[in-house]
Ligand binder design. Structure first.
Ligand SMILES: Cc1cc2nc3c(=O)[nH]c(=O)nc-3n(C[C@H](O)[C@H](O)[C@H](O)COP(=O)(O)OP(=O)(O)OC[C@H]3O[C@@H](n4cnc5c(N)ncnc54)[C@H](O)[C@@H]3O)c2cc1C
Length: 451
């Protein structure tokens, strides 16, 4: 019989919902508290990579995501439109290399909906309009348990923390999983001080272009939407990425440029003229796409320094996802690695997967193992996103010429010596298998000595 813990997950984003699914599958009673009143269409497109789709497949979710598009090609263009790198059959190659786990592009809300449906089928309560404003860890008890004594009995568990919602309602939990994203309240609670994210120096113009917004006469651009491919244009201090979603009826376009938003401004409606001016002189294919864009939003890209630990000393609270390892979206790994977090945590809480977890008293060891498996990887991916910025945002000059020479050598089959890396980590034979080949369940099984 699985020990049934009362698990409260703060945040119904992708990390929270992934954790909810696996914790429920591991036999626990799970409540997800979401501050928003509805799961709205925040943030448009999302690229899902095999390290996450293998989990979504295992959970029976992948096929229920509406309108996924698997890109047939992956192309990196210079900002002037020259091909620097190109891979045909990108989707097929991914499935072949990564145990049939696809690379897929979707609308974020379609994934969130599929995760919620699966979680609710498993008995998870997703409670909207429930903003967590405080968590209390009973201090007296903490002192007692620090000595290993509670009510005269040796104890290895701390008393349950009390969660307070904005509505003033309270609830308790055996374990709180803080999946409350970049602006995490729980992170500040863990640190016992206000801890705000820091600007990365870049911002994103986020655009969704519908097929109907492109004139029927412009078959070239319409084909780009209808025939899924992934395209990057890389240039001085900036890059752009485009991919299809919703069955080829929408194009997600993100423009990454230096941040000019005021301090403290996270998101505003963007000015179309200003946006187009930033890309003047770039590949006519990209600038022509931009002429059809009706509205755009502008998001400041933020990050955070690594934390000393993701776990509260009581072993009753653990951080996952953007709350503990936010990153630049330059490798599309924020959500994918957050889904990995949820899977690893949930699997470690399954007695049938992890014989080291028998009951609540094992939480400390489980969370320590979780952190040892996940922290290094999450933080390494975050660092890599900054390396990808360096390689994509080179200004014209010596370094850029050398980079393009590496691209050329690889295109002509002269690159790719053992261990050599490639300026686009998306198709780099060293980085890509490390990112996409990761199997969260295998990682857990190896760590608990079952493989
Ligand atoms: C431009 C851009 C493009 C991106 N593209 C990709 C991509 O293609 N692939 C990818 O993998 N990643 C991508 N990312 C990153 C990805 O969006 C995030 O890493 C991911 O959403 C993090 O998931 P999360 O669940 O940790 O946080 P979030 O998705 O932010 O979810 C947190 C949830 O917690 C809720 N919440 C917050 N505070 C509270 C509270 N106090 N009480 C209750 N609920 C609360 C929020 O309402 C929210 O629903 C992109 C990011 C950006 C900015």
């Amino acid at each position: 019989m699985a020990p049934r813990l009362e698990i409260v997950i703060v945040g119904a984003g992708l990390s929270g919902l992934a954790a909810a699914v696996q914790c429920a599958l591991s036999g626990h009673s799970v409540t997800v508290l979401e501050g928003a009143k509805e799961l709205a269409e925040i943030g448009a497109g999302l690229q899902l990579t095999p390290n996450a789709t293998r989990l979504l497949q295992k959970w029976g979710i992948y096929d229920n995501i509406q309108g996924t598009c698997e890109p047939r090609t992956c192309t990196v263009y210079s900002y002037k439109g020259t091909v620097l790198a190109h891979e045909d059959d990108f989707n097929k190659n991914c499935r072949r290399k990564y145990d049939n786990a696809p690379f897929a592009d979707c609308h974020r809300v379609d994934l969130q909906r599929a995760l919620v449906d699966r979680a609710e089928d498993l008995g998870v309560h997703v409670v909207l309009g429930s903003r967590v404003v405080g968590i209390e860890f009973p201090e007296d008890h903490q002192k007692e348990t620090a000595n290993g004594i509670q009510n005269g009995q040796p104890s290895t568990t701390s008393p349950k923390p009390k969660i307070t919602l904005a509505t003033k309602q309270n609830l308790t939990a055996d374990l709180i999983v803080a999946a409350d994203g970049l602006w995490s309240t729980c992170r500040s609670i863990l640190l016992n001080r206000i801890d705000a994210p820091q600007p990365t120096g870049d911002l994103a113009y986020r655009i969704v272009l519908e097929l109907d917004q492109i004139p029927k006469s412009n078959t070239k651009l319409r084909d780009m939407v209808q025939q899924p491919g992934m395209r990057f244009w890389i240039g001085p201090d900036s890059h752009a990425v485009a991919y299809s979603m919703r069955g080829g009826t929408m194009l997600n376009l993100v423009l990454l440029v230096p941040d000019d938003l005021d301090e403290g401004v996270a998101k505003v409606e963007g000015n179309l003229e200003e946006m187009r001016a930033l890309f003047q002189g770039w590949d006519p294919v990209l600038t022509s796409l931009l002429t059809h864009v009706p509205t755009v939003s502008k998001w400041k890209l933020m990050h955070r320094s690594p934390l000393p630990s993701w776990t509260h000393p009581s072993s009753r609270l653990v951080l996952i996802g953007d709350a503990c390892h936010p990153m630049l979206p330059y490798l599309a790994q924020g959500a994918n690695s957050s889904i990995e977090d949820g899977a690893v945590l949930g699997a470690l809480l399954s007695p049938s997967i992890n014989p080291g977890f028998k009951n609540e008293t094992d939480l400390k060891a489980v969370l320590a193992l979780f952190e040892s498996l996940r922290k290094k990887r999450g933080e390494r991916i975050a660092r890599m996103t900054f390396e990808q910025r360096r390689d994509f945002h080179m200004r014209d000059g010596k370094e850029q010429v050398e980079r393009d020479e590496v691209f050329r050598a690889w295109r002509e089959g002269a690159g790719g010596k053992e261990g050599e890396s490639f300026p686009s980590r998306w198709t780099c034979p060293v980085v890509q298998p490390w990112l996409y080949g990761y199997d969260a369940f295998r990682e857990v099984e190896e760590a608990v000595g079952r493989v």
